[in-house]
Design a protein around this ligand. Sequence first.
Ligand SMILES: *[C@@H]1O[C@H](CO)[C@@H](O)[C@H](O)[C@H]1NC(C)=O
Ligand SMILES: *[C@@H]1O[C@H](CO)[C@@H](O)[C@H](O)[C@H]1NC(C)=O
Ligand SMILES: *[C@@H]1O[C@H](CO)[C@@H](O)[C@H](O)[C@H]1NC(C)=O
Length: 247
Amino acid sequence: MLITALLIWLLYCATQSSGIIIEATPAANSDGFIHSELKETVSLTCKHETPSEAEAELVWLRNDSPVALKEENKKGESRICISPVIHEDKQANFTCHLRSNASVRASVILNVTYPPPLSESEDVTVEEESTLVLRCNILASPPVSSVAWALNGSEVDLLTGLFTITNDGSTSRLSTGKVQRSLHEGTYQCTAESPLYGQRSKEFRVSVKAKTTRFPLLPMIAGLVVVCLTSILAVVSRWEKIVKCCK
Ligand SMILES: *[C@@H]1O[C@H](CO)[C@@H](O)[C@H](O)[C@H]1NC(C)=O
Ligand SMILES: *[C@@H]1O[C@H](CO)[C@@H](O)[C@H](O)[C@H]1NC(C)=O
Ligand SMILES: *[C@@H]1O[C@H](CO)[C@@H](O)[C@H](O)[C@H]1NC(C)=O
């Protein structure tokens, strides 16, 4: 009983200061953080603590930029909805204050979490002796704790020197030069470990096809362009002659 009362009091103190409170759905924690996932809806209502000031105008800021409000949504009580929650809302700060006195304010921070977007699988065809590059998007909140690559179910062995793996925090990239069917064909899988969502992985079914001599596409296009230009010029100069005759 006492603990519940204390918690409610703490929650109350966190979201209000000097005359203004923010009521959030889902509710903010005791540090003023609201936990939300992508595509969800967060609604925030700002109001006066004391009804006596109920007519004073309110202002909403998102990361210090004003939020556009309809006229009827400014006086006494103001409600905004973040719908849907997007990646950019991560750590976004929402502040409400009196227009007449910006130091009468309350704030909450959105804490958006999402898993790395790894699920579907992909078919990849690569030519023998070319370079194979596979990429997994591992951007997540909180960040993933590890990424592992497997080929045909066993972890890719970097010591063989066959593969290079790089990770820049948003993409994990496995690459290999000089592809050979016997060494490189198979099913690859990247698996990212999220502290919140567990393992997520993506599969690549890689087939290696025999090397073909490339069709000389670029020289062909260049040739075609020259042919076209010449015929256009021919028509133009002919046209000038015809026009001169007619005068
Ligand atoms: C704004 O509000 C604060 C806190 O209530 C108060 O101390 C201050 O005097 C007010 N300023 C003005 C200009 O009313
Ligand atoms: C946001 O949520 C994540 C996952 O629940 C947590 O690890 C992190 O500490 C939270 N961040 C803040 C600033 O509360
Ligand atoms: C992976 O498995 C496939 C299918 O069993 C096989 O054809 C391929 O050679 C294997 N790849 C490697 C590198 O062992």
